[in-house]
Design a protein around this ligand. Structure first.
Ligand SMILES: NC(=O)c1ccc[n+]([C@@H]2O[C@H](COP(=O)([O-])OP(=O)(O)OC[C@H]3O[C@@H](n4cnc5c(N)ncnc54)[C@H](O)[C@@H]3O)[C@@H](O)[C@H]2O)c1
Length: 366
């Protein structure tokens, strides 16, 4: 087996959905130190309109085009490959889209995961290490705190609540989430990511194999899709502002997100490969550790391009979480990992990359 940069053995690596944003970035960091780096990806047209192997994928990566929902495709991969390490990234990722394309999301994210496990069973193979890219979406609204210090789990904002512009839960504020926060997804997407966690946990325990789950906050940075209008708000804002358009901002602008730079997500996965997880280990929250409002991000991007000031428009999307940010202390401590990118530096790096892409004639939503 080859060793990764820090000396751990990854062996033969399989990355489902490995031709996507995070998969390509991870390949730059780790593919060179794997015996083989095999990507299993259906080259989803919403993500890969040209269907071409992404330039950002490490040159040594082998791309197998196949669908995680197809047992035939799985058997073609697993029987011969018998991977030591699996990063399970393939997913339908549209939070809002998942409300009206629930079956598609459940099929790929849930059945796609069980198909993978059944294929391992048919090949009589148990990978030594499984890594899942889960999401902050599993928390839903998480836990909130009243001014008197009392915490509560507010559940979900209803359609009528949002129509009445009641953005927050009366007199309370988000109490930043952590792995001890009870997950309560408010989107079909979030529910499918939580299902992935439970399914993989049950299977890993039953097969005495290692499972590490990273719950990622809002990942952004060079390499993110410029054409998938269902994901990546920062990319959309950037493209609009670059065209001199006014960025529309939903609700009252104070929706909170933790924007985590792609390099910091890659380093978190790399750090996770440097250790053996404990049995039944809680998922790790991966964010910048800094809460930003959507309006702050929009203002920064509009200023960068000297575009008109963003317009807060009171619109909303059902299922959107009001506030999402997390405590990263445990992740920092237990993975020996630290995010290195401030939101400002990361957003600037993204703009430089977007400008280069659009100047080179690559497709964009703008
Ligand atoms: N980007 C984020 O902000 C973020 C945040 C939290 C969690 N995640 C999770 O990280 C993972 C990767 O996200 P990403 O941002 O790289 O997304 P992405 O859309 O760029 O990549 C997903 C990849 O999966 C592939 N895919 C989709 N359906 C498939 C199928 N049926 N069979 C095989 N491959 C399929 C796509 O072609 C694509 O290459 C996902 O599991 C996502 O839920 C992402």
């Amino acid at each position: 087996m080859h060793s990764s940069a820090n000396g751990n053995s990854l062996g033969t690596v399989l990355v489902t959905g490995g031709a996507g944003f995070i998969g390509c970035a991870l390949s730059s960091e780790l593919a060179g130190s794997a015996d083989r780096w095999v990507v299993f990806d259906n080259m989803h047209p919403q993500v890969h309109p040209s269907h071409a192997k992404p330039e950002a994928l490490h040159p040594s990566a082998e791309l197998i085009v196949g669908d995680v929902t197809s047992s035939t495709d799985w058997d073609g991969v697993i029987a011969s490959l018998k991977p030591d390490t699996v990063f399970h990234f393939a997913a339908e990722t549209g939070t809002a889209q998942s409300l009206h394309e629930a079956t598609r999301h459940a099929s790929v994210n849930v059945v796609g995961t069980t198909e993978m496990l059944d294929a391992f069973g048919r090949a009589n193979h148990v990978p030594a290490n499984l890594y899942l890219s889960s999401s902050r979406a599993v928390y839903g609204e998480g836990t909130w705190r009243h001014a008197d210090g009392h915490t509560f789990t507010p559940g979900q904002r209803t359609h009528s609540q949002l129509e009445a512009s009641e953005w927050d839960f009366d007199g309370a504020a988000l109490d930043s989430t952590s792995e001890s926060t009870t997950p309560m997804p408010t989107s079909v997407y979030g529910a499918t990511k939580l299902a992935q966690e439970h399914i993989l946990r049950a299977w890993a325990n039953s097969h005495d194999t290692n499972l590490t789950i990273l719950r990622l906050q809002n990942v952004y940075g060079p390499g993110q899709s410029l054409i998938n209008s269902y994901t990546g708000i920062v990319s959309l804002f950037s493209q609009w502002a670059r065209e001199g358009k006014q960025i529309p901002v939903y609700e009252d602008g104070d929706i909170v997100r933790d924007f985590v730079f792609i390099d910091d997500v890659v380093s978190a996965f790399a750090a996770a490969t440097h250790r053996t997880p404990r049995k039944d280990e809680a998922p790790f929250d991966v964010g910048s550790g800094v809460a930003s409002t959507i309006l702050q991000a929009a203002n920064f991007i509009a200023d960068y391009y000297q575009a008109p000031a963003p317009q807060v428009n009171g619109a909303f999307r059902d299922g959107d979480v009001r506030h999402a940010s997390c405590s990263i202390e445990r992740t920092q401590r237990e993975l020996s990992w630290n995010p290195e990118w401030s939101v400002e530096r990361g957003l600037e790096a993204l703009q430089v990359w977007i400008n280069a892409q659009i100047d080179a004639g690559n497709p964009s939503v703008a």
